[in-house]
Design a binder for this molecule. Structure first.
Ligand SMILES: [Mg+2]
Length: 325
């Protein structure tokens, strides 16, 4: 049985390449190839009655169980209230958390509204908001002494993320031009194959080729477009591309992402692959500006120098981004 499951898993994840492939260039999708719109509605769930089933990766789920909508109204983005706190206000609160945790704790409790003083569903489009209303990693320090005090009363409907939306109205206007230029260049380079790895669900895999077509970009193979929701991108690249070499020998890996968390996990995985002798050429992670698509080297690794030549910014490790950032 184990073997069967193992084979099935392999089949599902198979990332095969042409024999002459020497280089893989990978792209995140949201805010790397295109400035997408989207987010999720938050629903008041103080007793945690309506959460998705816990998994090993997510023992405290933040997603809402879709069964909730059998008896409760689903609120559309346009009709949902706005989140009470903006990204700027959250940023200020986060710096206060570093300076005066006691005061910050009180304000977090106030604005989480777990007492029900503001219990209407609200639209929560940004990563900063999602992180605040789930009290994600960067907030955990506030509850170190007594984790049971961490407020947790909002459940998020992530299903709206299954459809791609465009920040500038259309795919053409929303493409990240500098990254799309790198995409086109990779496509025409010999021995190079492209993969797109997004932290949305597999539901968007068939929509991404439509985006490429709409912006006049070359089509890539469908099985090189992966929806990898909740997965660790670095681990995925390590397992499915760098160490899964069969009839081909991938010597170089380049990856573009706008999320600091992904830059960190992908860099870590590439460094491991270099140390394990899986990358003979070089591995480079590019940090993409989510507003204009410009990018720069975040980390570069090669067997000659096992230490990164340009140290990356310190960032939260481990967790993948949840919203299309
Ligand atoms: Mg992104």
């Amino acid at each position: 049985m184990k073997l069967l499951l193992e084979n099935w898993r392999r089949f599902l994840n198979e990332m095969s390449f042409k024999k002459d492939t020497k280089t893989v260039v990978g792209f995140d999708f949201d805010h790397t190839l295109a400035r997408t719109a989207g987010g999720q509605v938050a629903y008041f769930d103080p007793d945690r009655k309506w959460r998705e089933a816990p998994t090993k990766k997510r023992p405290v789920p933040t997603g809402i169980n879709q069964k909730y909508f059998e008896t409760n109204e689903k609120v559309a983005e346009k009709t949902a209230a706005k989140a009470e706190l903006s990204d700027n206000q959250i940023e200020k609160l986060l710096s206060l958390a570093r300076k005066d945790p006691g005061k910050a704790r009180k304000l977090v409790i106030k604005y989480m509204r777990c007492d029900g003083s503001r219990s209407d569903p609200f639209w929560c489009p940004s990563q900063a908001q999602l992180d605040f209303y789930t009290q994600a990693d960067q907030w955990k320090g506030l509850w170190k002494k007594d984790p049971s005090q961490r407020p947790d009363c909002w459940a998020f409907d992530f299903s709206s993320r299954d459809i791609l939306g465009w920040e500038q109205g259309t795919p053409e206007k929303s493409q990240q031009l500098p990254v799309m230029k790198a995409f086109r260049k990779a496509f025409t380079s010999p021995g190079v194959e492209i993969v797109i790895l997004t932290s949305r669900s597999s539901a968007v895999e068939s929509q991404i080729p439509k985006f490429l077509k709409a912006v006049g970009a070359p089509a890539i193979e469908q099985h090189h477009i992966k929806g990898c929701a909740g997965c660790d991108k670095g681990q995925f690249l390590y397992d499915e591309i760098m160490s899964n070499e069969k009839d081909y020998d991938i010597g170089n890996l380049y990856f573009y992402d706008d999320s600091e968390a992904n830059v960190a996990t992908v860099s870590k995985a590439i460094q491991r692959a270099v140390n394990d002798g899986l990358i003979e050429g070089e591995g480079v992670v590019y940090r993409v500006d989510k507003h204009n698509g410009s990018f720069s080297v975040a980390d570069r690794f090669s067997p000659e120098q096992t230490e990164p030549s340009e140290p990356s910014e310190p960032s939260e490790e481990g967790e993948q981004d949840e919203t299309p950032t």
